[in-house]
Design a binder for this molecule. Structure first.
Ligand code: 3HC
Length: 311
C-alpha cells in the first residue's frame, strides 16, 4: 500500500531512470542515501590513516610516490562523496560531526592495524579489491550524483588494487622472509576483508529496501562470494595460502565454499571495540580540532570580503 507518489517514484526506479537531487523522493530514500554515501565518504577519509602510517617508511622513492598518490586519491573520493551527499540536504560539517561523535559509521576494515610494509600490498589487493567489487555495480545505482561519483572512483580504485597486487608480487617472489611477510598480511586481512561486504544476508536490515530502490545492486553475500571467487586464484598465482581450512571449489555452484568471518568480532568492531577504533576516531578528532584555526580564518576572510562588497 504505497502512496501514489511512492508508487510513481518506484516506477521511475524500475524503469532505470536516474533520480536527481531536485526530484521528489521518499524520505526513506533520502535518509538511506545520506547514511550510505556518508558512511562511504567517511570510509575514504578514515581509510587514509592505515596507509598514511607507511608513507614515511615506504621502501623506495617510487613506492613512496605511489602510496602518497593513492592516499591523496582517497581524500578526493571522500570529497566527491561528501559532495554527492550534500545534494540531499545535509552539510559536510554535519556529517563530519556525526563521524567524530560516533553517530555515523565508517567501514569496519579500517579498525585493523597495518603492521608491516606487506600490509600495504594486502590492503591494496584485498581491501581495494573488495571495495571495487561493491562499487562497480554502484556505478548503476539510481541516485545520479552517487552513480557519477562511483564512475570516477572506480577508475582510480582499480589502479589502487593493481598497485597492491604489485607489492604482493614483489614480496611473494622475494626472499623467504618477504614471502612470509606477504603470507602474514594475507592471514590478517582475509577475514576482515570479507566483513567489508556487511553481515550475512539474513542479518542485513537494509538490503531488501535498498535493493528495491537500486541504492544497492547486490546482496552482501552475493558480492562476498564473487570476491572470494575472484581472489582465490590470485592468491594461488602469488603462491600464498588463503587462511581458511574450509576453502574448496564447488563445481555444482561454480564457486568456492568458504568459512564465514567471525560475525561476533564484526559486530564488536561496529560497536567501537576493534583494535584501532579509538585511535582512528582520536586521529580524526585531532585533525578537526587542529584545523579549527584554518576554518575560522577562512570564514573571517570571507566575512570581511562580503562586508567590503556591501559597504
Ligand atoms: N563496516 C561498518 N558498518 C557496516 C559494514 C561494514 N563493513 N557492513 C555493514 N555495516 C552496518 C550498516 O551500515 C548497518 O548499520 P546502520 O544501520 O547503523 O547504518 C548495519 O551494519 C547492517 O548492515 P546492512 O547490510 O543492513 O547495511 P547496508 O545495506 O548499508 O550494507 C554496505 C552495507 C554493503 C557496506 C553498504 O552500505 C554499501 O554498499 N556501502 C557503500 C560502499 C561503502 O561504504 N564502502 C566502503 C568501503 S571502503 C572504501 O571504499 C575505501 C577505499 O579507499 C578502500
Amino acid at each position: 500500500d504505497m502512496s501514489p507518489e511512492d508508487a510513481a517514484f518506484q516506477d521511475r526506479i524500475d524503469a532505470g531512470e536516474k533520480i536527481e537531487p531536485k526530484d521528489w523522493m521518499p524520505e526513506g530514500y533520502r535518509k538511506t542515501l545520506i547514511r550510505q554515501i556518508g558512511q562511504h565518504a567517511h570510509s575514504e577519509i578514515v581509510g587514509q590513516l592505515p596507509e598514511g602510517n607507511w608513507i614515511t617508511r615506504a621502501p623506495t622513492l617510487e613506492r613512496k610516490a605511489i602510496l602518497l598518490a593513492k592516499v591523496q586519491d582517497e581524500a578526493g573520493h571522500g570529497l566527491y562523496l561528501y559532495g554527492a551527499a550534500e545534494t540531499l540536504g545535509i552539510s559536510r560539517d554535519e556529517m563530519t560531526r556525526m563521524l567524530l561523535d560516533g553517530r555515523m559509521k565508517y567501514s569496519s576494515i579500517f579498525n585493523y592495524p597495518t603492521l608491516t610494509w606487506a600490509d600495504m600490498g594486502a590492503v591494496g589487493w584485498l581491501v581495494d579489491g573488495a571495495a571495487i567489487m561493491n562499487q562497480v555495480p554502484l556505478q548503476r545505482t539510481s541516485f545520479g550524483p552517487y552513480s557519477r561519483a562511483m564512475i570516477r572512483i572506480c577508475k582510480e580504485e582499480s589502479f589502487h588494487q593493481r598497485q597492491g597486487f604489485d607489492i604482493m608480487m614483489k614480496m611473494a617472489k622475494g626472499t623467504p622472509q618477504q614471502k612470509a611477510m606477504a603470507q602474514d598480511a594475507l592471514n590478517r586481512f582475509w577475514f576482515p576483508s570479507l566483513m567489508m561486504f556487511g553481515p550475512s544476508d539474513k542479518d542485513s536490515v537494509h538490503s531488501a529496501q535498498s535493493m528495491a530502490w537500486r541504492i544497492k545492486m547486490n546482496t552482501n553475500d552475493e558480492l562476498r562470494q564473487k570476491f572470494v571467487d575472484q581472489t582465490v586464484p590470485q592468491a594461488d598465482y602469488l603462491g600464498l595460502r588463503v587462511p581458511d581450512e574450509n576453502l574448496k571449489w564447488n563445481a555444482d555452484k561454480g564457486g568456492y565454499d568458504f568459512s564465514e568471518p567471525d560475525w561476533e568480532e564484526f559486530f564488536e568492531v561496529l560497536k567501537g571495540n576493534g583494535p584501532c577504533n579509538v585511535d582512528r576516531l582520536a586521529a580524526r578528532n585531532a585533525a578537526w580540532d587542529n584545523g579549527a584555526w584554518v576554518r575560522d580564518g577562512l570564514m573571517a576572510h570571507a566575512e570581511k570580503k562580503r562586508a567590503r562588497k556591501t559597504a
